[in-house]
Design a protein around this ligand. Sequence first.
Ligand code: NAD
Ligand code: WQD
Length: 366
Amino acid sequence: MAVGTVLVAGGTGYIGSFTALALLENGYHVVVMDNLYNSSEVALDRIELICGKRPAFHKGDVTVEADCDKVFKAHPEIDSVIHFAALKAVGESGEIPLEYYRTNVGGTIALLRSMERHNVSNVVFSSSATVYGDATRFENMIPIPEHCPIGPTNTYGRTKAMVEDVIRDQVEAQRNNLKKAGKPFEHWNAALLRYFNPCGAHPSGIMGEDPQGVPYNLLPLLGKVATGEREKLLVFGTDYPSRDGTAIRDYIHVMDLANGHLVALNYLRDNKPGVRAWNLGSGRGSTVFEIINAFSNVVGKELPYQVVERRQGDVLDLTANPALANKELEWMTKISMEKACEDLWRWVSNNPKGYRQDPPAELLKE
Ligand code: NAD
Ligand code: WQD
């Protein structure tokens, strides 16, 4: 029996599609809404190939309230929303800030307004470790706990920090209004999930990240170097005060991350806690050179790179302290960064055109 029905906004994208899969595998019904700006419906075929179930799909734009209303009207059984739909390129966010505020902040407000009209009161939001900015500006804040002060250093990060505030205010206002109306137990509940660096692919090799444009994250770029699509990786700075001079990040397998959404949603439904923020990271930091080595080991050859200047806006260390999620959600990462490299390589080497080609037959037999 289904435990509930979840609207996954942005559910054909990278993290959304893996979360839709995890929800289906754990008894939820899933409705996906996406405008396919950075994804394709083929992701739903792959979900079905893996688990035998397919989410319902509505092409729609979260910034358009009528699109959101249409989905809630078509599925009155939806009781929760997981909201992934957003623009996410840090560099681009500084070039077209209005688009980022419109989509990320405006889109969330439209979705929340529509949720309110349809009495849906659980929301899980894709926030980002970027909201912390440079946590090394404080003493004892690495690894980063949730109480580290927020201080994003780029437009994208500011949209995420703003949405966190919008959601907090909405939950608080709802709670006060319901108290006045004598219905204190029907209040909204929200999880603000601050992801560190998502990576990896499904171990089957048939589902992974397939952005519409050029990738800019470290591991997808290394994938392109390994397949020969790119000549070399540019390493952004070797003058950081780290063990090898390169910057440190907390790489988390997308399946661990998807599972984090599942347990956060279960927690909201069971505990009705109001608003909670949780870091979703492993607690283990890896340098750029460590990632290059781990991925080279998987590929079985040295991957060419060239050291260049630091990238503007990059910080030394974004490693999570995941103790709160470990304790409250009983969640922790189970898949190593090395396994994420293996899974990523299986995905990119077998599907050079991503979802624009059928998966190799031998992978489907396994
Ligand atoms: P993604 O681009 O693969 O997925 C986002 C999805 O939202 C895409 O399918 C896109 O088509 C859709 N979308 C965009 N604008 C929309 C709109 N107006 N209406 C409907 N759909 C829309 O990105 P992802 O990596 O899966 O990220 C998912 C979420 O997690 C985003 O909110 C992102 O900001 C956040 N996040 C991502 C990372 C990361 O490194 N991937 C890290 C932290 C947080
Ligand atoms: C990782 C490390 C780079 C590319 C971003 C967003 C964050 C989140 C995840 C959305 C850094 C180095 C990278 C390259 C390199 N996304 N690098 N050469 O910057 O940690 O985080 O994506 O929410 O919000 O800010 O990820 O993969 O771009 O970089 O040397 O060509 O790899 O300097 O140290 P980042 P990334």
